[in-house]
Design a protein around this ligand. Structure first.
Ligand SMILES: Cc1cc2nc3c(=O)[nH]c(=O)nc-3n(C[C@H](O)[C@H](O)[C@H](O)COP(=O)(O)OP(=O)(O)OC[C@H]3O[C@@H](n4cnc5c(N)ncnc54)[C@H](O)[C@@H]3O)c2cc1C
Length: 342
């Protein structure tokens, strides 16, 4: 008989992260299917406040809390997760694949003599647990099962609907932790572009910028500054997440015109990210296969390209506008009420 533990953590406020609530939903589903007992472990500065969102689950809640757990840090997070795992003695441990838990989960699995699989996108199977993940840049889908226990499964974000329940006061068992000497002091977070985060995993729309934005336009000139203004105005007005083609982000290292707010983190495709957004809009991008492979999980796809023979028109987008993206996005921004900086 399996027993399941879901590990969760709070964000910088006191609430549980969305990815944690997705892991809770996956745990509830799995426990119901296997008819197995479920516990949820919380790592947070103030676990009582985080736990209220889980009261409606009706399952056993364990927590490790205190100021040491306010911010991610390997030593304290690993100690917290280890203590929760030992207290729950679960055979299956589910955790969100957040940067915070991805960093410690393998170490914790090792400490308690377990094994781990990461990037899990689905859990199925009634007799034995079957975990699904992708390999080779999302080209091969595998279904894994293991006899070894405890088995840690790190779930990819965006693969389950987050748990939603009416907040209420919940009874939480406080688990003691023996913290090692903490040599690391978290003094703050430094983001690549201060004040402007362009990668928004929870956005409804992925806006992709291709190399065409910084190429010579029909008037024989490059309009990189105007391109940057149009793109940023659209992102601010729409709340979209910014993706890029490889060609565009590579230009920085090739001494060609660049959009200063783009980095390789924005790259979508075979050697980039495979984001999950319900909709995608590609602009000034040719839609070649190594790029479009990164759109695997994008539902509705539209593209704006000057080239009627681009990859998007060959069955890779639902709608392709053969048009000048500078003109289209200026009009879209006008409609959205955004201020266009030229
Ligand atoms: C091993 C390997 C891995 C790769 N991995 C990736 C990857 O992860 N991600 C990725 O993106 N690529 C990847 N590539 C590169 C990929 O094959 C393409 O070279 C790249 O995606 C092209 O980028 P692009 O479409 O932005 O640029 P281009 O091919 O230069 O296309 C620019 C497009 O913009 C259009 N355009 C220009 N001006 C306008 C305008 N005003 N309005 C509308 N349209 C306009 C042009 O018509 C053109 O179609 C990889 C390649 C290899 C070999």
């Amino acid at each position: 008989m399996e027993s399941i533990l879901v590990l969760t953590h709070a964000d910088e406020g006191a609430s549980l992260t969305k990815a944690s609530l997705e892991a809770v939903a996956a745990g509830l589903e799995l426990a119901a299917r296997l008819d197995a007992p479920l516990a949820i472990g919380i790592v947070a500065a103030d676990a009582a406040s985080a736990a209220s969102a889980l009261a409606a689950t009706g399952v056993r809640l364990l927590s490790v809390s205190g100021e040491a757990f306010a911010q991610p840090r390997y030593a304290s997070d690993a100690a917290a997760c280890e203590a929760l795992c030992r207290a729950a003695s679960a055979s299956i441990v589910l955790a969100p694949g957040s940067s915070r838990f991805a960093r410690v989960a393998a170490g914790v699995a090792h400490r308690i003599g377990g094994l781990i699989d990461t990037h899990i996108t689905a859990l199925s199977g009634a007799e034995a647990i079957e975990a699904t993940r992708w390999f080779y840049r999302q080209r091969v889908e595998a279904v894994l099962s293991r006899d070894a226990r405890p088995w840690f499964l790190l779930l990819d974000a965006g693969t389950h609907a987050p748990f939603v329940g009416a907040p209420a006061s919940a009874q939480v068992e406080q688990v003691p932790v023996n913290l090692p000497v903490l040599r690391t002091q978290v003094t703050g977070a430094r983001a690549p572009q201060a004040g402007e985060s362009t990668i928004r995993p929870d956005a409804k729309l992925l806006f992709v910028a291709g190399a065409g934005w910084t190429k010579k336009q029909p008037d024989g000139q490059i309009h990189a500054t105007e391109a940057g203004g149009l793109i940023l105005d659209f992102l601010r007005a729409s709340g979209a997440s910014l993706g890029s083609s490889k060609s565009l982000v590579d230009q920085g290292s090739e001494n060609q015109p660049v959009l200063p707010f783009l980095s390789h983190l924005n790259q979508v495709g075979q050697t980039g990210a495979t984001p999950r957004h319900p909709k995608g809009l590609s602009t000034c991008c040719h839609g070649e296969e190594p790029h479009v492979v990164g759109w695997r999980f994008i539902g509705e796809r539209r593209a704006i390209s000057l080239d009627p023979n681009c990859g998007w028109t060959r069955g890779k987008a639902d709608v392709v506008y053969i048009a000048d993206a500078f003109q289209v996005m200026a009009k879209v921004n006008e409609i959205l009420g955004a201020k266009v900086i030229v």
